[in-house]
Design a protein around this ligand. Structure first.
Ligand SMILES: NC(=O)c1ccc[n+]([C@@H]2O[C@H](COP(=O)([O-])OP(=O)(O)OC[C@H]3O[C@@H](n4cnc5c(N)ncnc54)[C@H](O)[C@@H]3O)[C@@H](O)[C@H]2O)c1
Length: 349
């Protein structure tokens, strides 16, 4: 089988730290041809790490356009700061490459639409690395909701208490480059809540500020470090999401959904279990079968699925439409905090 030739743009934390070398699990299907970063030190570290892992030489570039034009590639993985996602995705698609782009999709709906339109025209695969979407537990909840275990969905929530973003990622602290903390982090959570609530959000009210991280490691912060976000949906349901970057290294996440006939909930303390309690008094806890199709690794299945779509055809689970959907509430919430008012999702551009 011919190997898919891949170039990677952005050799920072995502590509070198989160779970080690990306595409590791798919090594038999790919060849990492080139790496690109404007930071020569990170680029060199990544080259050594990837050559050591994959066992062959890898070209390096500091200019992504040079890499797209000169290297012989089939696909590119874009893991650069958020504000560069549309520009780089569009250029790569136009050159005729398949693209796996990091989340969040982009910082405006107009740019998301542009990415979707160029992908459609190109006929190439465009997928987004929203790895929470590839975990069994969230799909188990969806299955329980769809088979009527808790009746009609009325409320859903997610809270995440974690440590602040790394200081080395200076772009994250600049809302013009990251879109803000809610865009950067909570798009993952809304991707999951969208799946469970299955209804279009109408209005968003968010309240957040900077309580502590004004100058993390000397970097002036333009992003909040705590917030609550309330959303109303067309179905009549509502969601509430809380984010706090004040929790040091103690990372805690909780998800839940309440319907007319019961509730489903779990937290990061529960490992791979989902609890259901019904209004009739019945309760059950489901252990998740990790040997099912959607693997439980740190993003590995995002990469596997992207390659399968290229090799065998088919649509990725997180395509442009879904990635854009996960941006609606985060973008509205950032605006709501800035302007201290309820934001209608229809206002977003
Ligand atoms: N899916 C996930 O779970 C997950 C996890 C972490 C980060 N991310 C996403 O991955 C992306 C990168 O995040 P990160 O944590 O690796 O940040 P990072 O700052 O560690 O890495 C980004 C890299 O991009 C490089 N870069 C900046 N401009 C460039 C350009 N014009 N050309 C080439 N390289 C350029 C930087 O020098 C840096 O090395 C972000 O979009 C982030 O939201 C996703």
């Amino acid at each position: 089988m011919k190997k898919i030739r891949i170039g990677i743009v952005g050799t920072g934390q995502r590509v070198c730290l989160h779970g080690g070398c990306v595409f590791r699990e798919s090594r038999d299907k790919i060849q990492i041809v080139a790496l690109c970063d404007i930071n020569t030190e990170r680029l060199e570290n990544a080259r050594k790490m990837y050559e050591n892992e994959f066992g062959y030489g890898i070209e390096t570039y500091q200019d992504y356009m040079e890499m797209l034009k000169d290297a012989t590639l089939d696909a590119v993985y874009i893991a650069t700061p958020n504000y560069l996602h549309a520009e780089m995705t569009i250029k790569a698609l136009e050159i005729g490459l398949h693209v796996l782009c990091e989340k969040p999709m982009e910082l405006s709906l107009a740019k998301c639409d542009e990415m979707i339109a160029v992908a459609e025209k190109s006929g190439k695969v465009l997928s987004f690395a929203m790895q929470m979407h590839y975990r069994h537990r969230y799909h188990k909840v969806k299955e329980l909701i769809d088979r009527g275990e808790i009746g009609k969905v009325a409320m859903a929530w997610c809270t995440e208490y974690r440590d602040p973003f790394a200081s080395i990622k200076d772009w994250v602290w600049d809302p013009v480059k990251s879109g803000g903390a809610i865009v950067e982090k909570n798009c993952h959570h809304y991707d999951i809540l969208d799946m469970w609530i299955s209804s279009r959000p109408i209005s968003v009210y968010a309240n957040g500020n900077i309580m502590k991280h004004h100058k993390p490691h000397g970097i002036e912060s333009g992003i909040i470090d705590n917030a609550w976000i309330i959303t109303d949906y067309e179905s009549g349901a509502r969601s509430m999401v809380g984010i706090s970057f004040l929790a040091n290294k103690h990372h805690y996440r909780e998800f839940g959904v309440i319907g007319t006939e019961g509730k489903i909930f779990f937290s990061s303390n529960d490992q791979e279990i989902v609890h259901v309690v019904k209004t009739n008094g019945d309760s059950e806890s489901y252990a998740i079968n990790l040997s099912d199709n959607i693997t439980n690794d740190i993003g590995g299945s995002v990469f596997n699925e992207f390659l399968s779509c290229i090799i065998e055809g088919g649509e990725p689970m997180v395509d442009g439409a879904m990635a854009k959907n996960s941006m609606l509430i985060p973008l509205a919430a950032e605006l709501s905090i800035r302007e201290k008012r309820i934001v209608l999702v229809n206002e977003l551009k």
